[in-house]
Write a protein that binds this ligand. Structure first.
Ligand SMILES: [Zn+2]
Length: 372
């Protein structure tokens, strides 16, 4: 269960804030205003610690946004679609559609991230030199931002997938071996190794009385580890589905219903009898829409007798449609991306079959069990 809010858009990309970001923003602001600045600069009025703390914290997250935005802009230049950038507890994440197509694209897309953080660091560091003699608070603020962006840049260069450095590493191995799966595996294993180092170091810190820093390290390590594992699984799955087509996965024997059918009849005569969750709706031999169990469940039971299939079905215009020659991974992306459970497989005007999410998952499971 995740909630996020859209706060605006830049270059056509939605900028979003995840609810978990509030926690990290509060924490960073508090740590800056109550510890970092007071420990280094004594004698400011209390309100000034908080004002500088809040502004620094906001600029810090703006820098994170700048880092993600650079990734996104390079990706868009290469023809990728970027849906949104979300700030969350561990920084920012840009939601891209699909994986990069070539090692060189992957390389430039990943590399600009740390590069942008370094440039932002240089920018704040230059300002800090300029304001040094005029204003201590401004100097403190810009110096901190220069330092933290430098750290972000260096952290992201750690060569473990899925961090930027890991993606750079993957691109290099991919270029050499020509094998995306193999290079992802190597970069992921490196990522997992680095994650363990973080965790071990974190535990060491916890026992040397640096409890919070240690806990933070363990948390980052755990995050890197799960991301590395997940990233690799996705690539393996895509690889498995690459050479299978929609026509091999789809169900050719499907029952159709008419739009004038009542929901009562649909449930009794079709859903319960066939134990099928979705039905294509046909009108004069042509595809008209699709109706599934969830649509029916949304209607109160007492209205089933007087509601027609045509009233609540997803009409043809709004349907996601696959073609028989689509490969499995693009069909799965469609199912997941549009949050639907089935797509009709259509060639020209003719419906050849229906493909359900379950079919794809079953295929993956079968292949995994057979070790193929
Ligand atoms: Zn990055």
């Amino acid at each position: 269960m995740r909630t996020s809010w859209r706060i605006g858009s830049l270059f056509g990309i939605d900028i979003r804030i995840d609810s978990s970001w509030i926690i990290i923003f509060t924490f960073v602001t508090w740590a800056l205003s109550s510890f970092y600045f007071p420990n280094r600069f004594a004698g400011w009025p209390q309100w000034q610690y908080w004002v500088i703390g809040v502004v620094t914290s906001l600029l810090f997250f703006a820098s994170v946004l700048g880092h993600e935005l650079t990734h996104s802009l390079v990706a868009m230049r290469q023809g990728e679609e970027v849906r949104s950038i979300t700030l969350f507890i561990l920084g920012g994440v840009a939601e891209l559609k699909g994986e990069p197509e070539s090692p060189s694209k992957e390389f430039s897309m990943a590399f600009v991230g740390p590069l942008s953080s370094m440039i932002i660091a240089l920018f704040f560091w230059t300002i800090s030199l300029l304001v040094r003699d005029f204003s201590q608070p401004l100097w403190a603020l810009t110096r901190y931002l220069g330092l933290i962006n430098l750290i972000i840049g260096i952290f992201n260069l750690i060569p473990g997938f899925p961090m930027d450095g890991g993606r750079v590493l993957r691109a290099i191995i991919w270029r050499i071996t020509g094998n995306l799966k193999k290079s992802t595996r190597i970069a992921s294993v490196t990522g997992q190794g680095i994650a363990f180092l973080f965790i071990i170091f974190g535990i060491f810190l916890i026992f040397s009385r640096a409890f919070f820093n240690g806990l933070w390290m363990v948390f980052i390590g755990w995050f890197i580890h799960s991301a590395a594992t997940r990233g690799y699984k996705q690539v393996v799955m895509r690889d498995m589905l690459k050479d299978i087509m929609a026509k091999d996965l789809m169900n050719r024997e499907f029952e159709t219903v008419s739009r004038d059918l009542s929901l009562q009849e649909l449930v009794e005569e079709h859903i319960l009898k066939r134990r099928q969750r979705a039905f294509l709706v046909f009108e004069r031999g042509q595809l008209d829409g699709i109706i599934c169990l969830d649509d029916v469940k949304a209607v109160p039971k007492e209205n089933w007798a007087n509601t027609r299939v045509g009233d609540i079905m997803t009409p043809k215009e709004k349907l996601e449609i696959a073609s028989p020659e689509d490969d499995g991974s693009s069909v799965l992306a469609k199912l997941v991306g549009k949050k639907v459970n089935q797509v009709p497989v259509v060639k020209g005007e003719k419906v050849e079959g229906i493909l359900c999410r379950g079919d794809v998952l079953q295929f993956l499971q079968l292949r995994a069990e057979l070790g193929a």
